[in-house]
Design a protein around this ligand. Structure first.
Ligand code: CTP
Ligand code: MG
Length: 225
Protein backbone atom coordinates (compact mmCIF):
# COMPACT_ATOMS: atom_id res chain seq x y z
CA UNK A 1 0.00 0.00 0.00
CA UNK A 2 1.01 3.62 -0.49
CA UNK A 3 2.20 5.98 2.24
CA UNK A 4 3.13 9.65 2.06
CA UNK A 5 5.32 11.41 4.63
CA UNK A 6 4.98 15.20 4.90
CA UNK A 7 8.49 16.39 5.78
CA UNK A 8 8.58 19.85 4.22
CA UNK A 9 8.13 21.99 7.34
CA UNK A 10 10.63 24.38 8.86
CA UNK A 11 10.18 23.45 12.52
CA UNK A 12 9.68 27.05 13.68
CA UNK A 13 8.46 26.03 17.16
CA UNK A 14 11.51 23.82 17.64
CA UNK A 15 13.79 26.83 17.06
CA UNK A 16 16.64 24.65 15.82
CA UNK A 17 17.42 26.88 12.84
CA UNK A 18 16.66 24.05 10.42
CA UNK A 19 13.96 21.50 9.56
CA UNK A 20 13.36 19.71 12.89
CA UNK A 21 13.20 16.35 11.10
CA UNK A 22 16.96 16.62 10.54
CA UNK A 23 17.72 16.95 14.27
CA UNK A 24 19.79 14.11 15.69
CA UNK A 25 17.85 11.93 18.11
CA UNK A 26 19.60 8.95 19.68
CA UNK A 27 22.18 8.88 16.88
CA UNK A 28 19.91 9.27 13.82
CA UNK A 29 17.66 11.97 12.34
CA UNK A 30 14.03 12.16 13.48
CA UNK A 31 12.94 11.28 9.94
CA UNK A 32 15.18 8.19 10.03
CA UNK A 33 13.22 6.83 13.03
CA UNK A 34 9.91 7.53 11.31
CA UNK A 35 11.06 5.60 8.25
CA UNK A 36 12.49 2.78 10.34
CA UNK A 37 9.02 2.18 11.73
CA UNK A 38 7.29 2.66 8.37
CA UNK A 39 9.45 0.01 6.71
CA UNK A 40 8.79 -2.42 9.56
CA UNK A 41 5.11 -2.29 8.59
CA UNK A 42 4.21 -5.39 6.62
CA UNK A 43 1.75 -3.61 4.38
CA UNK A 44 3.77 -0.65 3.08
CA UNK A 45 4.92 -1.13 -0.51
CA UNK A 46 5.49 2.46 -1.75
CA UNK A 47 6.72 5.47 0.24
CA UNK A 48 6.82 9.11 -0.84
CA UNK A 49 8.68 11.77 1.12
CA UNK A 50 7.35 15.27 0.64
CA UNK A 51 10.20 17.69 1.29
CA UNK A 52 11.55 21.14 0.47
CA UNK A 53 14.02 21.08 -2.44
CA UNK A 54 16.63 22.90 -0.30
CA UNK A 55 16.47 20.08 2.31
CA UNK A 56 16.65 17.25 -0.22
CA UNK A 57 20.34 16.34 -0.02
CA UNK A 58 20.51 16.60 3.78
CA UNK A 59 17.34 14.54 4.16
CA UNK A 60 18.49 11.85 1.74
CA UNK A 61 21.85 11.75 3.47
CA UNK A 62 20.20 11.16 6.83
CA UNK A 63 18.06 8.26 5.54
CA UNK A 64 20.62 6.52 3.28
CA UNK A 65 19.53 3.10 4.52
CA UNK A 66 16.18 3.57 2.80
CA UNK A 67 17.19 5.69 -0.19
CA UNK A 68 16.44 3.07 -2.87
CA UNK A 69 12.91 2.62 -1.44
CA UNK A 70 12.01 6.32 -1.31
CA UNK A 71 10.20 8.51 -3.84
CA UNK A 72 10.79 12.25 -3.55
CA UNK A 73 8.01 14.83 -4.01
CA UNK A 74 8.50 18.59 -3.57
CA UNK A 75 6.52 20.17 -0.74
CA UNK A 76 4.75 23.51 -0.46
CA UNK A 77 4.48 26.45 1.93
CA UNK A 78 1.93 24.80 4.21
CA UNK A 79 1.37 21.21 5.30
CA UNK A 80 -1.89 21.27 3.34
CA UNK A 81 -0.08 22.31 0.15
CA UNK A 82 2.60 19.68 0.76
CA UNK A 83 0.03 16.90 1.12
CA UNK A 84 -1.81 18.17 -1.96
CA UNK A 85 1.42 17.90 -3.98
CA UNK A 86 1.98 14.45 -2.53
CA UNK A 87 -1.46 13.13 -3.41
CA UNK A 88 -1.28 14.59 -6.90
CA UNK A 89 2.02 12.81 -7.49
CA UNK A 90 1.04 9.33 -6.36
CA UNK A 91 1.46 6.51 -8.91
CA UNK A 92 -1.68 5.82 -10.95
CA UNK A 93 -2.25 2.45 -9.30
CA UNK A 94 -2.61 4.00 -5.80
CA UNK A 95 -6.21 3.45 -4.65
CA UNK A 96 -5.78 4.16 -0.94
CA UNK A 97 -3.10 6.11 0.86
CA UNK A 98 -1.88 6.73 4.38
CA UNK A 99 -0.51 10.16 5.30
CA UNK A 100 1.95 10.03 8.19
CA UNK A 101 3.78 13.09 9.53
CA UNK A 102 7.55 12.80 9.49
CA UNK A 103 7.45 14.42 12.94
CA UNK A 104 5.70 11.40 14.52
CA UNK A 105 8.77 9.22 14.78
CA UNK A 106 7.46 7.07 17.66
CA UNK A 107 4.71 5.45 15.59
CA UNK A 108 4.55 1.69 16.09
CA UNK A 109 4.60 -0.42 12.89
CA UNK A 110 1.62 -2.40 14.21
CA UNK A 111 -0.46 0.78 14.33
CA UNK A 112 0.45 1.59 10.72
CA UNK A 113 -0.71 -1.92 9.80
CA UNK A 114 -3.91 -1.41 11.79
CA UNK A 115 -4.68 1.76 9.83
CA UNK A 116 -4.21 -0.08 6.54
CA UNK A 117 -6.46 -2.91 7.73
CA UNK A 118 -9.20 -0.49 8.83
CA UNK A 119 -8.85 1.31 5.50
CA UNK A 120 -9.98 -1.88 3.78
CA UNK A 121 -13.41 -1.47 5.41
CA UNK A 122 -13.62 2.36 5.53
CA UNK A 123 -13.00 5.16 3.04
CA UNK A 124 -11.32 7.43 5.62
CA UNK A 125 -9.66 6.62 8.95
CA UNK A 126 -7.42 8.41 11.43
CA UNK A 127 -5.44 7.39 14.46
CA UNK A 128 -6.45 9.35 17.58
CA UNK A 129 -6.33 9.12 21.36
CA UNK A 130 -8.88 10.00 24.03
CA UNK A 131 -8.24 13.37 25.56
CA UNK A 132 -7.28 13.18 29.24
CA UNK A 133 -7.27 16.91 30.06
CA UNK A 134 -10.48 18.90 30.41
CA UNK A 135 -10.59 21.05 27.26
CA UNK A 136 -11.77 24.69 27.33
CA UNK A 137 -13.03 26.62 24.33
CA UNK A 138 -12.20 30.32 24.78
CA UNK A 139 -12.89 33.65 23.10
CA UNK A 140 -10.20 36.01 21.79
CA UNK A 141 -9.70 37.41 25.32
CA UNK A 142 -9.10 33.92 26.70
CA UNK A 143 -12.39 33.96 28.56
CA UNK A 144 -13.84 30.45 28.65
CA UNK A 145 -16.90 29.97 26.49
CA UNK A 146 -17.53 26.29 27.03
CA UNK A 147 -16.21 22.95 28.24
CA UNK A 148 -17.11 20.19 25.77
CA UNK A 149 -17.96 16.77 27.19
CA UNK A 150 -14.65 14.92 27.28
CA UNK A 151 -16.33 11.65 26.28
CA UNK A 152 -16.63 13.05 22.78
CA UNK A 153 -13.12 14.51 22.50
CA UNK A 154 -10.27 12.78 20.73
CA UNK A 155 -6.81 14.15 19.88
CA UNK A 156 -6.04 13.52 16.20
CA UNK A 157 -2.75 11.96 15.19
CA UNK A 158 -1.37 10.42 12.03
CA UNK A 159 -1.48 8.07 10.15
CA UNK A 160 -4.62 9.26 8.44
CA UNK A 161 -5.82 7.12 5.54
CA UNK A 162 -8.09 7.89 2.60
CA UNK A 163 -9.37 6.81 -0.79
CA UNK A 164 -7.04 8.59 -3.20
CA UNK A 165 -9.84 9.88 -5.43
CA UNK A 166 -11.63 11.43 -2.43
CA UNK A 167 -8.48 12.90 -0.90
CA UNK A 168 -7.56 14.53 -4.23
CA UNK A 169 -11.04 15.97 -4.55
CA UNK A 170 -11.01 17.24 -0.95
CA UNK A 171 -7.70 19.03 -1.46
CA UNK A 172 -8.91 20.50 -4.74
CA UNK A 173 -12.07 21.84 -3.03
CA UNK A 174 -9.95 23.23 -0.19
CA UNK A 175 -7.79 25.10 -2.68
CA UNK A 176 -10.80 26.52 -4.52
CA UNK A 177 -12.48 27.63 -1.28
CA UNK A 178 -9.32 28.74 0.59
CA UNK A 179 -9.92 26.33 3.46
CA UNK A 180 -6.90 26.19 5.76
CA UNK A 181 -6.64 23.13 7.95
CA UNK A 182 -3.95 21.35 9.94
CA UNK A 183 -4.91 17.77 9.11
CA UNK A 184 -6.49 16.00 6.17
CA UNK A 185 -9.48 14.60 8.04
CA UNK A 186 -10.67 18.20 8.57
CA UNK A 187 -11.27 18.52 4.83
CA UNK A 188 -13.47 15.42 4.87
CA UNK A 189 -15.44 16.85 7.80
CA UNK A 190 -16.10 20.05 5.86
CA UNK A 191 -17.42 17.95 3.00
CA UNK A 192 -19.46 15.88 5.46
CA UNK A 193 -17.68 12.70 4.43
CA UNK A 194 -17.38 10.24 7.34
CA UNK A 195 -14.01 9.60 8.94
CA UNK A 196 -13.55 6.72 11.37
CA UNK A 197 -11.36 7.01 14.46
CA UNK A 198 -8.98 4.21 15.32
CA UNK A 199 -7.72 4.27 18.90
CA UNK A 200 -3.97 4.86 18.89
CA UNK A 201 -1.28 5.21 21.49
CA UNK A 202 -0.42 8.32 23.51
CA UNK A 203 3.30 7.72 22.92
CA UNK A 204 2.76 8.59 19.24
CA UNK A 205 3.57 12.26 19.93
CA UNK A 206 4.37 14.83 17.27
CA UNK A 207 7.85 16.24 17.83
CA UNK A 208 7.05 19.95 18.01
CA UNK A 209 8.97 21.73 20.81
CA UNK A 210 12.38 21.09 22.41
CA UNK A 211 10.81 19.18 25.34
CA UNK A 212 9.46 16.59 22.87
CA UNK A 213 13.04 15.65 21.95
CA UNK A 214 13.70 14.60 25.54
CA UNK A 215 10.48 12.58 25.72
CA UNK A 216 11.11 10.91 22.35
CA UNK A 217 14.68 10.10 23.30
CA UNK A 218 13.44 8.20 26.35
CA UNK A 219 10.73 6.36 24.43
CA UNK A 220 13.08 5.37 21.59
CA UNK A 221 15.44 3.81 24.09
CA UNK A 222 12.67 1.81 25.73
CA UNK A 223 11.42 -1.13 23.67
CA UNK A 224 8.60 -1.75 26.13
CA UNK A 225 6.78 1.44 25.19
N1 CTP B 1 4.98 19.93 6.86
C1 CTP B 1 5.09 19.86 5.47
N2 CTP B 1 5.05 21.02 4.73
C2 CTP B 1 4.90 22.22 5.33
C3 CTP B 1 4.74 22.29 6.73
C4 CTP B 1 4.78 21.11 7.48
O1 CTP B 1 5.24 18.78 4.91
N3 CTP B 1 4.93 23.32 4.57
C5 CTP B 1 5.11 18.68 7.64
C6 CTP B 1 6.19 18.76 8.72
O2 CTP B 1 7.47 18.48 8.15
C7 CTP B 1 5.74 17.74 9.73
C8 CTP B 1 4.20 17.72 9.55
O3 CTP B 1 3.91 18.42 8.35
O4 CTP B 1 6.24 16.43 9.51
C9 CTP B 1 3.48 18.35 10.74
O5 CTP B 1 3.77 19.73 10.80
P1 CTP B 1 4.39 20.50 12.04
O6 CTP B 1 4.55 19.60 13.21
O7 CTP B 1 3.64 21.77 12.19
O8 CTP B 1 5.90 20.79 11.52
P2 CTP B 1 6.54 22.19 11.08
O9 CTP B 1 5.58 22.94 10.24
O10 CTP B 1 7.88 21.85 10.52
O11 CTP B 1 6.76 22.91 12.50
P3 CTP B 1 6.28 24.40 12.93
O12 CTP B 1 4.79 24.43 12.71
O13 CTP B 1 6.68 24.51 14.36
O14 CTP B 1 7.03 25.36 12.02
MG1 MG C 1 3.68 23.57 11.07
Amino acid sequence: MHLLIPAAGSGSRMKAGKNKLLINLNGESILYWTLKSVFLSKKVSWVGIIGQPHDRSEIMNSIKEFSDKINWINGGNTRQESVRNGVNNLPNNAMKVLIHDGARCLIKPELIDKCFTELEENDAVILAVKVTDTIKVVNENRIIKETPDRNFLWAAQTPQGFLVTQLKKAHQKAKENSWNVTDDASLFERLQWPVKIIEGNSTNIKITSPIDLKIASLFLGNSLV
